[in-house]
Unconditional design. Structure first.
Length: 473
């Protein structure tokens, strides 16, 4: 037995005793020009462990098959008995990272939580899905022969695993709440579809609002975004929406929808890709633009890998596609008893000077709650002062009745004393009193000769009523 064989034998005995033989055998046998007779299972014992999210935890030890426990060396035959078990690698943490598709268990969906759909975790859109979706959207927008521009998703998009994940969630664990959201969509979808078609966009983009707000006009995010389309104040004002102490037009369904359509078209013009436009709608144009410049990414998939984008933005696209597919064919996906809420139907009337909601309801012979529902942009109990005219929505079929009662009330006030006295009560301020009567604070101070906004309990203030005043109810 030569020196090389002796060294090899001693090393094998040492490794065999301490469990390292399986890792070193291929190297040793190659150096000794030897033949190794190991079963395939043992040879694979050192492969990388399967992520814990995808498989059950590995046992602490894996039995070695007893097919062949011998190493045969050509020059001299030496028998070495291997340990009967190979120690498994220590269990490591399987935390998900930004670059992986590890899935978290999606929480139960709540129909009354406007941010629930945005926060639902899931797989992120890959480049193939985004490119396929881009073709579908371009085809819908460019198809000028059709009277209505419909977005028809290709089979590749509909059957994409990342889209199917969210479809399974919406029709599985999240089904009860998703069904309520679909029912609620009946109030707004006819109007949104009409606006999208007017603006030359596929009506399926309406389901961006489903993801953004769950079709709740009162939805407000922690970042200050509000309404069906979740506009932040700065963007809302750019697209012509009024926001002040009296009005927040982000909550007006039709006005905010027109603003959203204009914003989507501008985002598409800026980025040149619909999937980037929809992602930018969620994250903000500046956020996507800065992320692309910083990372050097040219497509959304590379962007999600390199840039610090939130998970909400990363899975926004497949979530939107899944919502649109499920909502467009509810019966196919198990929503057989779906009952849509009736579409909002109303007529518009114009009023001069401020009117309390109670007066509006009285003239239209309806409830104050109905007036609030039809005019969600109104923040207080009256229409805003300072407008020569203000448009109010009243129930369908009530416009003529309203205008008749409105004209009669104006006639009753003509020539009569048009001022009242208000006694200041504890907790009231000049601002709250002015709002109650639909007055500007400055006008109220001037009419009462006040130089300071401070008031005392019991103080008498004169309130000048102009035309049909808020004091009518």
């Amino acid at each position: 037995m030569n020196a090389q064989t002796v060294i090899t034998l001693l090393f094998l005995i040492f490794c065999g005793a301490f469990g390292c033989a399986p890792r070193m055998l291929p190297t040793l046998v190659q150096r000794a020009s030897s033949i190794v007779e190991l079963p395939d299972t043992a040879a694979k014992g050192n492969s990388a462990p399967v992520p814990q999210e995808l498989s059950a935890p590995a046992p602490m030890s894996t039995p070695v098959p007893a097919v062949s426990d011998r190493i045969v060396i050509e020059e001299d035959i030496v028998t070495v008995t291997l340990p009967k078990t190979i120690e498994a690698p220590k269990k490591t943490s399987a935390k998900a990272t930004r670059g992986t598709d590890s899935l978290k268990i999606a929480p139960a969906l709540r129909a009354d939580d406007p941010g629930a759909l945005q926060k639902t975790p899931g797989p992120r859109a890959d480049d193939r899905l985004l490119n396929l979706l881009e073709k579908d959207l371009d085809k819908a927008v460019e198809n000028l022969k059709e009277q209505r521009r419909r977005l028809e998703f290709s089979k590749e998009v509909s059957n994409h695993p990342k889209v199917r994940y969210f479809i399974n969630y919406f029709t599985g664990r999240g089904k009860p709440s998703f069904e309520k959201i679909l029912s609620r969509s009946g109030r707004y979808m006819p109007m949104i579809a009409r606006v999208m078609n007017d603006e030359g966009l596929p009506e399926e983009l309406a389901y961006l609002a489903l993801i953004e707000s769950a079709f709740l006009t009162g939805a407000t995010s922690l970042q200050g975004a509000a309404g069906l389309w979740q506009f932040v104040p700065s963007t809302a004002r750019i697209y012509g929406l009024r926001i002040d102490s009296w009005i927040d037009e982000r909550r007006d369904p039709e006005k905010s929808t027109r603003a959203a359509a204009a914003y989507l078209k501008e985002l598409h013009s800026f980025f040149g890709r619909w999937y980037l436009a929809t992602a930018a709608y969620n994250a903000g144009q500046g956020a996507i633009d800065r992320a692309m410049q910083k990372s050097g990414a040219k497509d959304f998939w590379t962007l999600t890998q390199k840039a610090e984008l939130s998970d909400e933005t990363r899975n926004f696209v497949p979530k939107f596609v899944a919502a649109a597919i499920s909502a467009n064919n509810p019966e196919k996906y198990g929503f057989t008893d779906l009952r849509y809420e009736s579409p909002l139907e109303y007529e518009e009337v114009e009023v001069h000077r401020p009117l309390r909601l109670g007066a509006l309801a009285e003239f239209a012979e309806t409830e104050v709650s109905t007036i609030r529902e039809l005019n969600p942009a109104l923040r207080g109990n009256a229409t805003p002062p300072g407008n020569a005219t203000f448009t109010v929505n009243v129930p369908s079929g009530k416009a003529e009745l309203f205008l008749t009662a409105y004209a009669a009330a104006n006639e009753r006030l003509a020539g009569s004393a048009q001022s009242v006295t208000h006694e200041v009560k504890r907790g009231e301020t000049l601002t709250s009193i002015a709002r109650r009567y639909g007055q500007e604070v400055s006008a109220l101070m001037k009419f009462n000769g006040l130089t300071s906004a401070r008031l005392q309990v019991g103080q008498q203030l004169r309130i000048l009523l102009q035309n049909l005043s808020v004091s009518l109810k």
